[in-house]
Ligand binder design. Structure first.
Ligand code: NDP
Ligand code: MG
Ligand code: MG
Length: 340
């Protein structure tokens, strides 16, 4: 098994006489900044004027323009949207970077695909929590944490791994465990996971199931419950006990259907297509398309986004969820069970 790092391996003393600039105060930014501060680390925030700036000040942080924050800090954690990072880096961070700086990320995309190339005398590393920022903050407050990956791209100081572990401890990740990876592995597996399984795979599977039932004349409300709503219950069981734990809880009829029909749905063709998706990620095709799409102001992204909102499963779902106030409450329960 790959080594898992826990609290005992994080050295808080690393941050003595060091200042961390968290650049961005969104999902990850607010969580890292607040957790680090509560762990005794000196944190400042780098932003542009706007909503996040006001929010960070309300939360009691000193906020500076990005370049000033980077200049004032020893450790710079870039928590801007990945598409924005190259420009902000080039215009505001690169001009103040100096030998001795440590440059951090929470995702390897820009470094791995050469959108950000740091000078050779700067430490470059990532600490990537495996969960959304709001969970990173809430679990920390509850005394727990979200697991993380860390990776070292450039180690000039000889202390980059110590920083990665101290940082992971500061945001609470070492309470749950951290694994060492590479920028390549973190980037490629993250992109593949969200495309093939977590986001792309699941949404397409759900829609195909819903369409098959409604095209065959079944009620959209019933199809919604079967193909979307119940998914959460199944995923919760998998999260707690793997496939075996989930199968223990479902009926034997459901389990038999799982065994005989599952492989007919996700068959060899699907896996062959997954391999092509992975290859597009590995050779940079996907990254190139996404970078160009952003440079063109997202014409395809926006068109598909609008079209998807009009899918019948979304229309029926919006109506059904209004009648299910417990769906909202479920969220809180989920967070508590993660914290245990
Ligand atoms: P968000 O979109 O939630 O936050 C973006 C922040 O950046 C906002 O505070 C925004 O401020 C600020 N910002 C945007 N553009 C600029 C700019 N040009 N100059 C200054 N500030 C700007 O990002 P995330 O937290 O989702 O993502 C940050 C990083 O974390 C990414 O690398 C992502 O891959 C990674 N990550 C994200 C996870 C997640 O669950 N969200 C999970 C693990 C990693 P404003 O209010 O002014 O727009
Ligand atoms: Mg991702
Ligand atoms: Mg059933």
């Amino acid at each position: 098994m790959t080594k898992v790092y826990y609290n005992a391996e994080g050295n808080e003393a690393y941050f003595e006489n060091k200042r961390v600039a968290v650049i961005g105060y969104g999902s990850q930014g607010h969580a890292h900044a607040q957790n680090l501060r509560d762990s005794g680390v000196e944190v400042i925030i780098g932003l542009r004027q706007g909503k996040s700036w006001d929010k960070a000040e309300e939360d009691g942080f000193k906020v500076y323009p990005v370049g000033d924050a980077a200049d004032l800090a020893d450790v710079i954690m870039i928590l801007l949207p990945d598409e924005q990072q190259p420009k902000v880096y080039k215009d505001e961070i690169a001009p103040v970077l100096r030998s001795g700086h440590s440059l951090m990320f929470a995702h390897g995309f820009n470094v791995h695909f050469h959108q950000i190339v740091a000078p050779a005398d700067v430490d470059v590393l990532l600490v990537a929590p495996k969960g959304p920022g709001h969970l990173v903050r809430r679990t920390y407050e509850q005394g727990a944490g979200v697991p993380a990956l860390f990776a070292i791209h450039q180690d000039v100081s000889g202390e980059t791994k110590e920083l990665a572990l101290a940082y992971a401890k500061g945001i609470g990740a070492l309470r749950a465990g951290a694994l060492e990876t590479s920028f390549k592995e973190e980037t490629e597996t993250d992109l593949f996971g969200e495309q093939a399984v977590l986001c792309g795979g699941v949404t397409s599977l759900v829609k195909a199931g819903f369409e098959t039932l409604t095209e065959a004349g079944y009620k959209p409300e019933v199809a919604y419950f079967e193909c979307l709503h119940e998914l959460k219950l199944i995923v919760d069981l998998m999260y707690e006990g793997g496939l075996e734990g989930m199968r223990y809880s479902i009926s034997d009829t459901a389990q038999w259907g799982d065994f005989v029909s599952g492989p007919r749905i996700v068959n060899e063709n699907v896996k062959a297509e997954m391999q092509k998706v992975l290859k597009d990620i590995q050779d940079g095709e996907f990254a190139k398309g996404w970078i160009l799409e952003n440079q063109a102001n997202r014409p395809v992204f926006n068109a598909i986004n609008e079209r998807e909102k009009e899918h019948p499963i979304e229309k029926v779902g919006r109506e059904l969820r209004k009648m299910m106030p417990f769906v909202q409450q479920q969220k809180k329960k989920e967070v508590v069970s993660v914290a245990k």
